[in-house]
Each structure stands twice: as C-alpha cells, then as structure tokens.
Design a protein around this ligand. Sequence first.
Ligand SMILES: C[S@@+](CC[C@H](N)C(=O)[O-])C[C@H]1O[C@@H](n2cnc3c(N)ncnc32)[C@H](O)[C@@H]1O
Length: 328
Amino acid sequence: MPFERFMGLALYDPDGGFFGSGPLRSAKSGDFLTSPEVSPWFGRTLARAVGSPQAVVEVGAGSGSLLQPFVEALPSPPERVVAVDASPASRTALGDLGFETARDLADLDEPFAGTIVANELLDNLPMRLASRSGDAWVERWIGLDSVGLSLVEAPARQDTIAWLDAYAGTVPDGGVVEVQLEAATWLQRAISLLTRGTLIVIDYGATAEELEPRRAIGTLRTYRAHHLGPDPLLEPGATDITADVNFTALLDVAQRSGAEASLHRQDDFLTSHGLRDEMARMRSLELELARGDDAMARLKARSELKDAETLLHPRGLGDFRVLLASVG
Ligand SMILES: C[S@@+](CC[C@H](N)C(=O)[O-])C[C@H]1O[C@@H](n2cnc3c(N)ncnc32)[C@H](O)[C@@H]1O
C-alpha cells in the first residue's frame, strides 16, 4: 500500500482514524497544543493581517480556538463564517459555538471574496515517503509480513520524482523525504476558491534548504498526549502522523497559481501585526495590578502575557512558518 494511502486511513478513516473518529484532538487535554490553544492573541493578531473580509473560512478549525477570537477581532462582522474540519468531534464542537461547519474545503464549491486560514493542517495531509538511492529515488510503501507492518521499497512514481527533483534539495544516500503532493493540491484548490482576498497557512516546517540537515532520517513522526509518539506503523489510528511542511514547494505552488505569496516566521509575522505592542500593554496592566490588592486579576494578566510570549518563542511556536498568499 502506498504510504499516503496508509496515512490517509490512519488519520481519516471514519472507523478508527485518528481524526476521522474519536475525541477532539487539539484541545488542551488532547494530543498536541497549537498556537490558538495556547493564546487567543494568535487569532486576534492574524485578524489584523486581513482587513475586513466578506467571508472567513478556517480549514482544520479544531476546537474553534483560532476562529472565534479571529472573527471577534475583525473591524466588521463577515457575512459568512465557515469552520471546516474532517473530524466529527471537531464539527460538533464548532457547531456548538454557532459556526456553520463543513467536512472538506471541497464542500465549498462557490468561489468567494474573503479569507481562508489554516493552522497546522498541511502537516497532516497524506504524504508519500521517498528515499535517495544513489542518483535515483525509491518510494517506501507499507508492507505486511508475519511480524506486522513494515516499510518496503517500491519504484518511485513519475510525479513523485518530479516533486523530489524540484523541492527535495540535497539528500544523502538513504535519506528520507516526505513528498507533499496533497498539500500542493490543497493549496491550489484554496487559492482557486478565492476571487479576491487572503490565504494564511501556518505550520511547522521550513524551506527545502533549511530542511536539508534533517534529511538523513526525514521528519515523519507521531504525537500522542503532547509527546512524541511511537513509530507510525505501530498503532495506526491511535496517534497523530505528521511531518515538517516543505514551504519552498508551497510558495512555488502559490505563485504558480497566480497569488502574490510571501513566507514569514511566526514570531516576525505576529510582531509585524502588533503582538509585541499588545504584550507591552499587558505588561503595564500587570504592573498596575501589582500595586493593587486583586491578586487574582494580577495572576490572570501575567498568565495572558506568558501565553502570548509562548507564541513568539524563537525555538518553539515562533519558529513556525506563515505563508501569506494574496489573490486579486
Ligand atoms: C493539528 S489539528 C489543528 C487544529 C487547529 N487548527 C489548531 O490549530 O488548534 C488538525 C486539524 O485539522 C483537521 N483536518 C485534517 N485534515 C483535514 C482536511 N483534509 N480537511 C479538513 N480538516 C482537516 C483535523 O481533524 C484536526 O482538527
């Protein structure tokens, strides 16, 4: 079985897939902690990058922790807000917050003017796995033997080779690359849905060149209960499967789709949209509260500030990348 088919089943199968069944995964009690779960200032600050969109669509909206503060921070309410998520538990949570929900971006067939945002979505789209073999490439598929699942070698498909030649960078013999064709297709579709407006994609990952030092073993990994999990083949459906996003490939797709696209670090992007100014305001409030006797209010102010700082940590969330694509 091709690796991307295995990953698709393990994550999205309605009967046992990690996102396709089971509880909400992106909450504080879940398996990973994302920027919007850390602080509402993530959504509020992103909102400043998009003006006053007529429509807002978030894909992979999780618990709604990005969409709610994002929409509330817009200068005027959008005519339509849609929360898209593949997880039934997530759609229930999003519906409870009052959002219109959809399962897939493809369910929105009418192009619109507005904003599409996706945080930590593309790292979860099914990928192919490839390995350098001398001057050539081989794919790694899933095999089944008497012991269980294992990775087996298979000939590289033509579109896999074309993607690798364009975006893998320099890879040592035996080195592993996650081939992100589905992310490219998703990005193309998202851009083609916008008649005018902005697409913001945020994720862990880097440019092809920045990822080169990690190519000896590749970046594929699992998460469970906020920690790195076991080998992806050991408990399919019970762990998140993910890999660093190759933003060189995405930037290229966005530009070839006719968008004006740029790539930023999350800490720089949030700073340029005023997060550090907000943090200075939070700091003054905390100092002011320190002079009074409301210890609870002071603690709350301090925790709001600490959470906002986490979004900018240079080796943590601040090191995520933001792809901004403007259409029309
Ligand atoms: C890592 S979580 C991130 C959730 C949220 N964006 C956040 O930052 O907290 C990924 C989310 O994307 C959803 N998802 C994954 N693939 C999807 C797809 N193809 N279409 C819609 N949602 C998807 C998952 O169900 C999950 O809720």
